[in-house]
Design a protein around this ligand. Structure first.
Ligand code: GLU
Length: 618
């Protein structure tokens, strides 16, 4: 939410610091409620993109969500507690990117166990979904039709993920983690330009569903910038979910309502929209499980980069591209684009849900494969499309010897198989670090901005359309075709970087398949070009995903276009909306001696919010 663009300043309302006490903890861990209405007055944190300090840190795209997460840290909660509370609050203030009926991936460093774990809360296809579910008469249905449909709604993963995350790694209950979000939903948040724009961009389809129009088009139009938007239905849903637990969704009354909405979307009488019904049943909800999975891990010079394993292609594709770069004698922006092109060719060919597809993950991330792929990179951009490689364990040698990576410690200053589809700005990412050294990098999504456009009547949240991430086909052999119970391939790439076994940096972004290139580019900016993390995030972006032209922001083209065009690259602007922007990243870096730098976007999507617990060392 961009308070910078607020037109009607609201008086800061005094926070009522509701205190919660976790079960079994007597009065040990009070969880402070976030401040009311995101006001920056009264000594409360303001929305800034970079914050440095001690004892814990948070970065999200939104001040209310950052405050909710920080409040949990302040009250004694750990990074996992705060990540869940922040995600639930993003479901209120960024409801078109996140929500309880969506999914996501958490990469988490558990400092006590000295272990990186991941939690897969990816949505699943219903059991009734077959390989041809998104085809009619032997051809793919129009992508736009699938986007706004019951058919594209995956079995939601977020609530199961929150419960598992809190049970295994947190210290507070689901009820406690949902309380800050319920409070923000109840008292409201200030509509900023981003929320207004996203509502306006969705207005036509929102108007076609009675429940969605009633919530997001009050008086028939998007709520104006500067007004206070309240969602009492969502507040009540979060509270009841907290009281009843996840079984209320996974098999209970809330689940029945989700299924009823998916099967018979509340289309406005008289609407001409063809809305395909979904296949989800209550049994699908009952069968859903969030999964703890091992992370991907690649060595990158003295660093170890941990990411999200399949069904996300985030960890494997960022990891492969880094390995390719490491195998090259020198790295500039040309090499960044070429390594990304090759890694996407392999991602598209080999990565899908590992429960259904044999993903050659170890080979994709091996030194031998990286060297073989790196040999294909010359002075001039390679012809389009790059063919996938053969991650088969038998690799041709290469003249490159690799080189040391300078970690720059001194620099503190329905996607098709070809990946040709435009990638929007949807989804969101948050990072949290706590005083014990735990770190969370968490991507959350309902897929399109506005999900499938359908609010569950009376419950205040949108359904996801994550199943449009499947390849629609016909595409024989594609690893990402739909199947019963399968998870669609994701690009989400929450990432934590270690040096000598200690976390040094965490980062992630929204943006569909551009998530991968944004995370990769930030790491390249930071570790190859020696930028500070704030500069690495703010720098202009380009995204090469084995497409003929590289998508780029205008500033990237202005700065590097001539040099790269001379080397055979072509560029196209990001279509948007928002026009011309790639990603909305958040990250944090450990600066040494306990100091943490939390970083969000200075301007993309209206700018994000970084907060630290203690600005100065106590
Ligand atoms: N559905 C996307 C993915 O999992 C995330 C949403 C988006 O950013 O497009 O890769």
């Amino acid at each position: 939410m961009s308070l910078r663009r607020m037109t009607v300043p609201l008086a800061g309302v005094a926070a009522c610091a509701a205190l919660l006490v976790p079960p079994g903890a007597a009065q040990a861990s009070p969880i402070a409620a976030p401040d009311a209405l995101g006001g920056a007055g009264h000594g409360r944190p303001a929305k800034v993109p970079v914050a440095e300090g001690y004892g814990g840190a948070v970065a999200t795209v939104d001040l209310d969500a950052s405050k909710a997460a920080l409040g949990v840290l302040r009250g004694g909660g750990n990074a996992m507690d705060a990540a869940v509370a922040g995600a639930a609050t993003l479901g209120v203030t960024e409801p078109y990117s996140a929500g309880l009926a969506g999914g996501g991936f958490i990469v988490y460093y558990d400092a006590r166990r000295k272990k990186v774990i991941t939690i897969d809360g990816r949505e699943k296809a219903p059991q009734a979904m077959t390989e041809t579910a998104f085809q009619e008469n032997g051809a793919a249905i129009p992508f736009a039709d699938a986007v706004t449909s019951g058919l594209s709604a995956g079995v939601p993963g977020s609530v199961a993920q929150w419960e598992l995350a809190l049970r295994r790694y947190g210290t507070i209950s689901l009820k406690q983690a949902l309380q800050p979000a319920a409070e923000v939903a109840e008292r409201g948040f200030v509509v900023d330009q981003t929320f207004y724009d996203q509502t306006a961009q969705n207005a036509e389809r929102f108007a076609d569903f009675t429940s969605t129009a009633a919530l997001y088009l009050p008086k028939g139009a998007p709520p104006p910038v500067g007004s206070v938007f309240r969602n009492p239905d969502l507040a009540a849903t979060y509270r009841e979910l907290g009281r009843r637990g996840s079984g209320w969704l996974y098999g209970g009354r809330l689940g029945e309502e989700i299924v009823a909405t998916v099967k018979a979307p509340p289309v406005r009488p008289g609407s001409a929209r063809v809305v395909r019904p979904g296949l989800m049943t209550v049994s699908d909800l009952r069968a859903y499980r969030a999964l703890e999975r091992p992370p991907t891990k690649v060595g990158y010079g003295p660093l170890d980069v941990y990411g999200m394993a399949p069904p996300s292609s985030g960890g494997s594709t960022v990891g492969e591209a880094l390995k390719i770069l490491q195998a090259l004698p020198k790295v500039g922006r040309h090499e960044y684009l070429e390594a990304s092109r090759l890694a996407f060719a392999d991602r598209n060919k080999f990565v899908g849900d590992p429960g259904y597809v044999d993903v050659p993950l170890g080979e994709l991330l091996s030194d031998g494969f990286a060297k073989e792929r790196a040999c294909l990179i010359g002075d001039i951009a390679m012809p389009h499309p790059a063919a996938p490689g053969s991650p088969d364990g038998s690799y041709d040698g290469c003249q490159f010897e690799g080189r040391p990576i300078d970690t720059g410690d001194a620099a503190k200053g329905g996607e098709g198989a070809t990946g040709e589809q435009p990638e929007g700005p949807e989804t969101t990412h948050l990072v949290v670090a706590d005083r014990w050294g735990n770190v969370a990098a968490y991507n959350i999504t309902i897929e399109s901005t506005g999900g499938n456009g359908i609010v569950v009547p009376g419950r205040g949240f949108l359904l996801n359309n994550e199943l449009t991430d499947f390849t629609f086909g016909p595409a024989p052999g594609d690893p990402n075709l739909p199947a019963p119970g399968k998870r669609p391939r994701s690009s989400m790439a929450p990432t934590i970087v270690f040096k000598n076994g200690t976390p040094v940096l965490a980062v992630g972004s929204p943006g569909g398949a551009t998530i991968i290139t944004t995370v990769l580019q930030i790491l390249v900016n930071r570790y190859e070009f020696g930028m500070s993390l704030p500069d690495a995030l703010a720098a202009p972006r380009a995204s090469q995903r084995n497409t003929a032209a590289t998508q780029a922001e205008q500033a990237f083209i202005d700065r590097y276009g001539a040099e790269l065009t001379a080397r055979g690259h072509t560029f196209t602007l990001v279509p948007g909306p928002p026009v011309g922007e790639i990603g909305a990243a958040t990250g944090l870096e450990f600066l040494g001696k306990g100091k943490i730098q939390a970083v969000a976007e200075p301007s993309r999507r209206g700018g994000g919010s970084a907060l630290v617990l203690e600005p100065a060392k106590r």
